[in-house]
Design a protein around this ligand. Structure first.
Ligand SMILES: Nc1ncnc2c1ncn2[C@@H]1O[C@H](COP(=O)(O)OP(=O)(O)OP(=O)(O)O)[C@@H](O)[C@H]1O
Length: 267
């Protein structure tokens, strides 16, 4: 992992972002004048009303969609397309893995694109698999694994290239509650161990408070930042203790109130 830039320079800067989807009838303004900074090593969750522009924000930040206006800067450099410094994990793990490639080859793919030699690809893929608790699954095929395990593979593939920022778009929305809790704890463990920066999109208010060090609450579409809350809970979190903490309940209520004031709420 490379060192962070100068202290005054955020690792990720989203500056005056605007995204309009053209349409024959009426253009859809999904994001309008949205700005925030993320410092190196932060875990920032983004939560907001349904249809509020969360996925659009992640697609623009990751360079998959061009902004209509404004810019995204990674370490001061403009992001104008997918870059190795930004890795993305989507909700649809099933569709993001190649069924005909082994788990190890799926994980090694970003390294193949960068022409990393074969032996090093295998070694680093194996390390990434170990980091997500799948050290023994390298020779399996994705379809032989459970949904939760497939999402672990997707996370391993995202971290194998040692990105500066891990972008996650509702990554656990399609798994059962117990698997989701395990994956939440896995992502926090990886974040703490690797010192990586995480921007995590979710529609789940509890999840945003449980995971984040900061929660950005979006307005309804067109999305702007409605609130930027610091989650002053201890770094050591656990599913039972943290969620029973009075401070957790207060933060959860605060985020809920902010989103309810915007419109549709899903919990
Ligand atoms: N490709 C597209 N073309 C036109 N409009 C779009 C497109 N993608 C999204 N939109 C619109 O942009 C707005 C924001 O959508 P987006 O999917 O970013 O919100 P979201 O907060 O991720 O939604 P959800 O909570 O349902 O996942 C919505 O009004 C949506 O209908």
């Amino acid at each position: 992992m490379t060192a962070a830039g100068p202290a005054h320079e955020p690792l990720l800067r989203v500056d005056g972002l605007r995204k309009v989807y053209p349409s024959a009838q009426r253009p859809v303004v999904a994001i309008d004048g949205l700005s925030f900074d993320v410092a190196a090593g932060e875990f920032v969750c983004v939560v907001g009303p349904s249809g509020g522009g969360k996925s659009t924000l992640l697609k623009v930040v990751s360079g998959l969609l061009p902004p209509t206006d404004g810019r995204v800067l990674l370490d001061g450099a403009s992001v104008t397309g997918p870059v190795p410094g930004l890795a993305v994990v989507f909700q649809e793990y099933g569709r993001s893995l190649y069924a005909w490639k082994t788990v190890r080859d799926n994980v090694a793919l970003p390294l193949l694109a960068r022409r990393v030699p074969r032996a090093e690809r295998h070694r680093r893929a194996q390390e990434a698999l170990a980091a997500v608790g799948l050290a023994d699954a390298g020779r399996a095929y994705p379809w032989q694994l459970s949904g939760g395990m497939q999402q672990r593979v997707a996370i391993a593939r995202a971290i194998v290239g040692e990105p500066r920022v891990l972008l996650m778009d509702e990554p656990f929305a399609a798994v059962d509650a117990q698997t989701r809790a395990d994956l939440e704890d896995l992502v926090r463990a990886i974040w703490r161990r690797l010192g990586i920066t995480v921007l995590f999109i979710t529609h789940d208010i509890d999840e945003s408070v449980y995971l984040g060090g900061r929660v950005l609450v979006l307005s309804r579409a067109p999305a702007t930042i409605r609130a930027d809350l610091t989650v002053d809970l201890p770094a050591e979190r656990d599913q039972l203790g943290t969620r029973a903490d009075a401070r957790f309940a207060a933060l959860r209520a605060e985020v809920f109130r902010l989103i309810a004031a915007e419109g549709t709420v899903r919990t």
